[in-house]
Design a protein around this ligand. Structure first.
Ligand SMILES: [Zn+2]
Length: 626
């Protein structure tokens, strides 16, 4: 019988109780069943009341009277109340019990669903939730003091909840913990957002992700788009795909529509992962929903369309850029997570820079004049490094200006006096740059160096006016960054004296700290990597030989990696380097000179990360091939 009750708890509740209306209906039903019982001990007959009562009964009665407010004569004295007879129904007491019961229904329902999320066995946990409540209700019915019964039922909700939360929080990732101070504040702020943001579908069937319509000028239009989207079967599918992406910390999703099938891929920490195929029957309505909430034309499957929408998950709102375009095979949709504005600025240390390199960079940044280059591959995390460097330089410089195109908009720094000089597309940037220098800034940040005229001005400013210039350029290694500037046909006579250093970086995935696996590399390999064999005997890698039955790691979703760090290569341009640059700059020769001056290559920096167990050798090989 208990198993039947539990199985009802599991199956029926999922369907019946998830809708709030149904939960209330069931709550009322139970309340109606309990109603006659409330007449027994708490609304007890006078004889029993007096026998059992005594001083304690009177005290309990006083508390009840206080609770009742004392305004209503019928509620003022509990004895009178008791004298009404055994059939009397105490509305207040019933309400108290009902409130606790409804909280219990909610808690039980959440635990039932959350066991699946936290990968915990649901049958034992349902028992843990159900039996204390049953016991508490029975005890409450026989104990002749209502308050004691009420407290017992409250504990029957609270204790299983606390035990469950402690256990599930230990199993899930930091972001997914509940009832922590961070979660509570996120829920509080999330609720505020929800009211204005009008997220749809975060409750009810399906994953706990809500969709937020965006793109339309008018709020009314957005709401209407959401209402239309909700009618579609694709609404649930879209939430499923986005939930999968959010849980796996993906930044980008690509949906490729072909006549037969739709492939879903996700970019996680810079690496594309196959996220399974979907049939057209479910994936087509999903595309309609995504277009609708982005306020795009749902029937247009050919032309290039761009919009955006939002997701709400655990009180956190995120914006996704959405684009679709017809392809030879059908259509492609790209969903790109927008990086958060005003998100916490990372320090150089947090980005992965070694203390020695930070010291070196600080020195370069404190130079009164010269050009400092920052280089990486596209999407290599340059803007974060640049921002962190500016913060590190803040002590020495007051007036820093960034010079960027209006469409660029890459650098956003809080807490620092940065004026952004914006240029419209197509406009000549030279007069604007000259005008900017007339405002007498101490340092100018120029992302994406590509115009020789601009670089020429920057060199003059660095050499003659004593300005510090921070420029970014796409390059794989530090010496290549310098060669790329020279390749713009910039005069070496001007550039070589100006260039002071290069910070080159590459992002590398970090092994998941929860599931990484230790192994012993051969001493030959350790030696070949240039590491001391007597000190390094353990490397780490992602879990090997995974079988289908193995549970996926909840921290990394079974990928084996979680998050990225940067490897930095710092080149300080010294006299031998300058000489080589002025004569015949060839990459091989420059590398050798850099090596002689003590510059560590990305590979050497990466091997240190492998030896420290932060990443794996295979991951290092992968990123060095880029
Ligand atoms: Zn893991």
């Amino acid at each position: 019988m208990f198993t039947r009750f539990v199985s009802w708890n599991v199956t029926a509740r999922r369907d019946v109780l998830t809708a709030p209306g149904n939960a209330i209906r069931i709550g009322l039903l139970v309340a109606a069943l309990l109603a006659p019982l409330t007449g027994l001990p708490w609304g007890m007959p006078p004889v029993w009341s007096q026998e059992a009562g005594g001083a304690a009964g009177a005290a309990a009665g006083d508390v009840e009277a206080a609770e009742a407010g004392g305004d209503d004569a019928a509620f003022a004295t509990p004895r009178e109340f008791g004298r009404q007879g055994s059939g009397f129904l105490s509305i207040l007491k019933l309400l108290g019990l009902l409130v606790i019961f409804l909280i219990w229904v909610y808690v039980a329902d959440w635990i039932n669903r959350d066991t699946a999320f936290a990968k915990m066995p649901h049958v034992p946990w349902n028992m843990v939730v159900v039996f204390p409540m049953l016991a508490a209700i029975i005890l409450a019915l026989v104990i002749p003091f209502f308050l004691v019964g009420l407290v017992l039922t409250a504990f029957a909700v609270l204790i299983p909840l606390v035990v469950f939360v402690l256990q599930r929080n230990a199993k899930v990732h930091n972001d997914e913990r509940v009832l922590t101070p961070a979660h509570i504040s996120a829920v509080l702020s999330g609720k505020k957002k929800k009211r204005s943001g009008d997220a749809g579908g975060s409750e009810g069937k399906g994953p706990p992700v809500g969709l937020i319509p965006m793109g339309a000028d008018r709020d009314l239009m957005n709401r209407s788009n959401l209402l239309t989207a909700k009618q579609s079967s694709g609404f649930l599918v879209a939430r499923e795909v986005l939930f999968d992406a959010i849980k796996r910390h993906a930044d980008k999703i690509i949906l490729d529509y072909t006549p037969e099938i739709v492939s879903v891929r996700m970019e996680i920490d810079g690496v594309w992962h196959d996220a399974g195929n979907r049939d057209r029957e479910t994936a087509d309505p999903m595309l309609v929903v995504l277009k609708k909430i982005s306020n795009l034309k749902i029937d247009d499957r050919k032309s290039r369309q761009k919009g955006n929408f939002g997701t709400a998950y655990r009180g956190r709102k995120q914006t996704w850029n959405f684009g679709s375009q017809g392809t030879k095979m059908g259509e492609r949709a790209v969903l790109q997570l927008r990086t958060k504005n005003g998100s916490k600025l990372s320090s150089l240390e947090e980005l992965g820079m070694r203390p020695k390199l930070i010291e070196c960079l600080r020195e370069l940044l404190s130079m009164p004049r010269g050009i400092l280059l920052f280089s990486a591959l596209p999407g290599g995390g340059l803007s974060a490094t640049l921002a962190a460097s500016l913060v590190a330089a803040d002590r020495y410089m007051r007036h820093i200006v960034t010079f960027e195109e209006e469409t660029h908009g890459e650098i956003e720094i809080d807490n620092i006096d940065v004026n952004t000089f914006r240029i419209s597309k197509g406009q000549s940037t030279v007069p604007e740059l000259l005008r900017l220098f007339r405002t007498e800034p101490d340092a100018v940040v120029v992302p994406n160096l590509r115009d020789p005229q601009i670089v020429d001005i920057l060199c003059d400013q660095a050499n003659k006016e004593g300005k510090l210039i921070l420029g970014t350029i796409r390059a794989k290694e530090a010496v290549e960054a310098i060669l790329r500037v020279l390749a713009l046909k910039v005069s070496a006579d001007k550039f070589v004296p100006a260039i002071r250093g290069v910070v080159n970086q590459r992002l590398i995935r970090k092994l998941c700290s929860r599931c990484k696996e230790a192994y012993n590399p051969s001493p030959e390999l350790v030696k070949k990597l240039g590491l001391p064999t007597e000190r390094v005997d353990t490397f780490y890698r992602e879990p090997q030989n995974k079988t289908e039955e193995d549970e996926l790691c909840s921290a990394c979703g079974g990928i084996g990696y979680r998050g990225r760090t940067a490897m930095f290569e710092m080149l300080v341009v010294d006299d031998p380097m300058r000489e080589a640059l002025a004569n015949q700059p060839k990459i091989e020769g420059l590398r050798q000179i850099a090596q002689k001056s003590g510059n560590r290559t990305l590979q050497e920096e990466g091997i240190v990360l492998v030896a420290r167990g932060i990443t794996s050798l295979s991951e290092l090989q992968r990123v060095l091939k880029q």
